[in-house]
Design a protein around this ligand. Sequence first.
Ligand code: NAD
Length: 469
Amino acid sequence: METYDALLASITPVSGETRTILDPATGQPVGEAPVHTVQDLEEAIAAAQAAQPAWAALGHDARSAALLKAADAVERSAEELARLLSREQGKPLNGPNARFEVGACAAWLRAAAATALEPETVVDDGETRAELHYKPIGVVGAIGPWNWPMMITVWQVAPALRMGNAVVVKPSEFTPLSVLALVEILNQELPEGLLTAVSGGREVGARLAEHPAIGKIMFTGSTATGKAIIKSSADTVKRLTLELGGNDAGIVLPDADPKAIAEGLFWGAFINTGQTCAALKRLYVHDAIYDAVCEELTSVARSMPMGNGLDEANVLGPLQNRQQFEIVAALVEAARDSGARILLGGNPAPDQPGHFYPATLVADIDNSNPLVAEEQFGPALPIIRYSNVDEAVAMANALDVGLGASVWSADPAAARKVAGRIEAGTVWINKHGAVDPRVPFGGAKQSGYGLEFGVEGLKALGVPQVING
Ligand code: NAD
């Protein structure tokens, strides 16, 4: 699209019911989102069913070529997409935020195009020749959250398309415009009906999850909704990839250099103003360096400007919605009331038009405090003191979620040993939350099941078939 206004106009409905989306930084309108219904969903699924066989018949090379062109289309409209994302989601243009997210969309499209998935000969011993192939599933449903709406949509859509499927996307009610705009741009390079975004509420998501024509649901969102999807998909035995909530622990070993790790710790926790599934949400620091880590982290956090995302100076933004603001505020207040020490933040400006909650660090907090035990999903990091590594590992493993985790140390080999003891889908060493389209990503325990990215991610969007002759 040539301009921001043209992009917005391309997704503004000309008829039907609409809902005004407000900018979380200012409370001002961003645009009108269609309120799609279950009937709209039925039409999108029918169009997807009609378009899918020809798309599957194109083969891997032609589909990969289309995904590369779609990546180019995203890059041509990158600035307009980033601006819309910033206005609707709240994340700043600058920093690891809106431009970064749009860049990731192009990168993941290209990676899905470039990853090879050849049939595998499993046994060939002269008597048996068994080959493992992956066939298209058919129509895939993609249900996503509001925190990284464009990037997560691409994570779901790119491998699904690459494997020969059609996709119906159900964006979060909080961020429909970003996803509608992204899909509009992708559709510049895709056949009609193959990819549709249906911007409705929970009832549309629930119908998608039980619909007999949907072969698989790619879901990213809360653990509670993931459980509802497992139930509603049971009657049709749908395949599921569930990327659910997390409450990632970071363990700082006593030999770490507080100054050297402070910025990595900060972005591990505060990327997207803390509204990130695999962000550092509980930091366990050894007693020997506890005060130094608190001091260095406070100094880094204090230097990070928060404000309207369209201002290039800012790297932290508002919370996306009032509910999330209230959750973070209540957890920090409860921590303060319990006697924990607020090192920074904790006092949002009253009566502001936006949902800004300051970057908040909470020290001397008990491991059982709700700010530690619950997913705060915002810019508030509890820092818990420990005195031996076994105790830290036990605390890290004590919850029923396990998406990511990290270990911080001057000795990567020692850190790796500790990493192997942590119950999480990914354990990073001296970084946290760094995702890569070549590296599989998924949760342990109630953070979900199924892997995304890389060749494992492609396999998850196919139906395995063994040819045994
Ligand atoms: P949410 O579960 O409230 O909503 C996600 C989506 O599910 C929305 O589109 C919603 O409309 C839809 N939905 C709601 N009820 C449904 C139902 N019964 N059936 C089908 N669909 C339904 O999640 P959210 O608040 O948008 O996102 C925040 C959560 O997502 C956090 O817990 C976060 O950790 C998690 N998350 C996880 C990952 C990951 O990769 N594991 C990534 C991002 C976010």
